[in-house]
Design a protein around this ligand. Structure first.
Ligand SMILES: Nc1ncnc2c1ncn2[C@@H]1O[C@H](COP(=O)(O)OP(=O)(O)OP(=O)(O)O)[C@@H](O)[C@H]1O
Length: 339
């Protein structure tokens, strides 16, 4: 089956000035990310602030061009932004961002905004569009009269529902949801998460669900990818990752989830939070890692399957470090090749 989305080796760098008169430094926001999504599948992208989740989302949507790597949508390379082919494809690729008020136009009633993508892409006549808007509002749990209101006349959860209705208007095959619940009250978060689960089941849309909240990601995702400093460090089944995280960074993330009765289990990461403008050599996580060995400072581990099939980018978790000797032969030769 052709994947809806396939991204290979994505790299995105930004120039960043250090202070008013400082020299420009380079931030590697995304550093070799590859991912694939099957039709109807949801991939959760999780990691702490600044690890490159949103930049990955923008690259996947074609809102920004990568400095290296390629994005294929339904088997074909993503057309250049602004071209007619790109505009046609944009109808099939939609997004839902964190702030529903910012995503909506304050001067337009909700129904007009839900109808907008249909007009832009020339889908249906006036009557058909009106019927489609009503059906979309109903599908996301809003009434027809909500459509006549302006965004400020809706609650936060209702606004995010309106944003979702608009995103679904063109019947997309891929939805990128970037922190869709983090600006909402906790009680409303659950409603929107349930709605997203419903949308998955009924619309059959593939989703890239970006969040720093592993529990939210687990609720909607078929697979989870954990990012650290621009790279995916672990990928696999959400339950397996939550119950038996393989990468030391994932273990720290999981241990930070508050759980009743799990006292004193939290892993506190040592060292400073990562600075993308000063990327450590080798494994980017090694300065904060409790199980790092000398190899980790020299050789960047690849994301590859362990014996149990879990994808992990860690020399230790992959079993490349032989007990007692420090480094096993395959890892030693990789290190020598890299030296
Ligand atoms: N336009 C830009 N110019 C310069 N640096 C940028 C730009 N966009 C992002 N960055 C930097 O790239 C890195 C990754 O940012 P990104 O927004 O992708 O992270 P994130 O994981 O989505 O974070 P958050 O959860 O806080 O939204 C950060 O260090 C950020 O400061």
């Amino acid at each position: 089956m052709t994947p809806v989305l396939e991204a290979r080796g994505l790299v995105r760098r930004y120039a960043m000035r250090r202070g008013m008169f400082g020299r420009a430094a380079e931030v590697r926001a995304v550093n070799g990310v590859s991912l694939a999504l099957a039709p109807g599948e949801t991939l959760g992208l999780v990691g702490e602030s600044g690890c490159g989740k949103s930049t990955t989302g923008r690259l996947v949507l074609g809102l920004e061009a990568p400095d290296a790597g390629e994005v294929c949508f339904e088997g074909a390379p993503m057309p250049s932004p602004g071209t007619p082919a790109w505009r046609r494809q944009r109808a099939r690729l939609q997004m839902v961002f964190q702030d529903p008020l910012g995503a909506l136009d304050r001067r337009l009633p909700v129904a007009a905004q839900v109808a907008e993508p249909l007009e832009i892409h020339g889908l249906g006549g006036r009557t058909e569009r009106a019927a489609r808007v009503e059906a979309l509002l109903r599908a996301v749990g809003l009434r027809a009269d909500h459509g006549a209101r302006y965004p400020h006349e809706l609650s936060g959860g209702q606004r995010q529902r309106a944003v979702l209705a608009r995103a679904l208007a063109t019947d997309p095959t891929l939805l990128v949801c970037d922190e869709p619940i983090s600006a909402l009250d906790v009680s409303i978060q659950a409603q929107v998460m349930n709605l997203l689960t419903e949308v998955q089941a009924t619309a059959g849309v593939a989703m890239l669900f970006v969040s720093h909240d592993l529990r939210a990601v687990r609720q909607v995702s078929h697979r989870v990818a954990v990012m650290y400093l621009g790279s995916i460090v672990e990928e696999g089944d959400p339950d397996a990752i939550l119950h038996d995280p393989a990468h030391p960074y994932t273990r720290a993330l999981v241990s930070a989830i508050p759980r009743p009765g799990a006292q004193g289990q939290r892993i506190v990461l040592r060292g400073d939070p990562p600075n993308p403008a000063a990327r450590p050599s080798g494994c980017a996580f090694h300065p904060r890692c409790a199980v790092a060995v000398p190899l980790c400072a020299r050789v960047s581990p690849e994301l590859k399957p362990r014996r149990d099939g879990r994808l992990v980018a860690c020399h230790v978790a992959q079993g490349e470090v032989a007990p007692g000797t420090g480094v096993s032969e395959p890892a030693r030769s990789t290190a020598l090749e890299a030296a």
